[in-house]
Design a protein around this ligand. Structure first.
Ligand SMILES: [Zn+2]
Length: 308
């Protein structure tokens, strides 16, 4: 895209000068660089895109910072709203997303995801028995994508709803109860709200969690899952790039910072019940032994909370 002078336009970024979790302005830079520099430039060029974003990003700086007060890490510069819209509509076309997902979704990965989803269903059913009595479990999956998880929930008799801002995803989903935003929902009495791989993408994750809290009944369960960014301070390897991609994963959570954020909003961390989804008895024994030794209880960035 050329501007009126005939030169290439630069993508506009806005600065987040306060901690996204506690609001402190005392931040330390963990790493910084230009989009032009290797290896970030090379990781970006290797990904599938519709319109190539790189020419717009050249000369722009990224800066990965950490709050000195609560340790929350995040990208200080995020795409301005109109450029973020361009990212969704022109850079990340449906074709580019499909191509990216095809490269990731091996049969083994899809199977493991199915197992994980089944475990969530079993754990949530157990955790909410008292709360819901004889009524079906009402669940909202925020950022539900094509609705795979809510489809599974409804097979188990849950009353499941989803929200996804991408119209391409909503239109390609087979599940009917997927809405564009929270305002489109006509109920505020969910037993469970799940957010899988959502919080790391949001400009203001705290405000969204606060809003979601209003849709959960007292004692209801919130499930949050994000990439685990423990020990990630810079973008030097492909794995680090996937975790803190400066256009995509703009917030970096650890077990500690995830818990801090949720607890600051009136949620209490809770233990997941154990569930075994396997045909392999050895695996059950191994998990049970680990559980008895305490290592399964080590918290990660897949956590359950209760609304107080
Ligand atoms: Zn902070």
């Amino acid at each position: 895209m050329l501007n009126s002078n005939g030169s290439m336009q630069h993508a506009q970024f806005v600065e987040r000068s306060k901690c996204i979790s506690c609001g402190s302005t005392s931040l330390s830079v963990l790493s910084t660089g230009l989009f032009d520099d290797a290896p970030l430039h090379d990781f970006l060029s290797a990904d599938p895109w519709g319109e190539d974003p790189i020419p717009f990003l050249l000369g722009n700086r990224w800066s990965f910072v950490q709050c000195n007060h609560c340790n929350q890490a995040f990208h200080k510069y995020i795409l301005a709203p109109d450029w973020n819209e361009r990212r969704f509509s022109q850079w990340m076309t449906q074709e580019a997303i499909d191509s990216f997902e095809r490269s990731l979704n091996t049969p083994e990965r899809l199977f493991n995801k199915g197992v994980q989803n089944t475990k969530h269903v079993l754990q949530l059913e157990k955790l909410t028995r008292e709360l819901r009595g004889t009524t079906p479990l009402r669940l909202l999956d925020f950022g539900c994508g094509y609705g795979e998880f809510i489809e599974m929930c409804s097979l188990y008799g849950f009353d499941a709803y989803g929200i996804d801002r991408s119209s391409a995803r909503r239109n390609n989903a087979t599940f009917e109860r997927i809405f564009q935003d929270l305002e489109s929902l006509d109920r505020h009495d969910f037993h469970v709200i799940t957010m899988f791989e959502v919080l790391e993408h949001l400009d203001d994750p705290k405000s969204l969690l606060e809003a979601l809290k209003g849709y959960l009944i007292k004692g209801g369960v919130l499930v949050i899952e994000t990439p685990d960014c423990t020990g990630v301070n810079s973008i030097t390897t492909l794995s680090e790039y996937r975790k803190i991609h400066p256009l995509e994963h703009i917030n970096a959570f650890t077990a500690e910072t995830m818990r801090n954020l949720a607890e600051s909003l009136g949620f209490e961390s809770i233990k997941k019940p154990t569930s075994h989804v396997t045909t392999d008895p050895i695996r059950v024994i191994k998990t049970e032994v680990k559980r008895m030794l305490g290592s399964v209880l080590r918290t990660n960035t897949q956590q359950y909370f209760k609304k107080l």
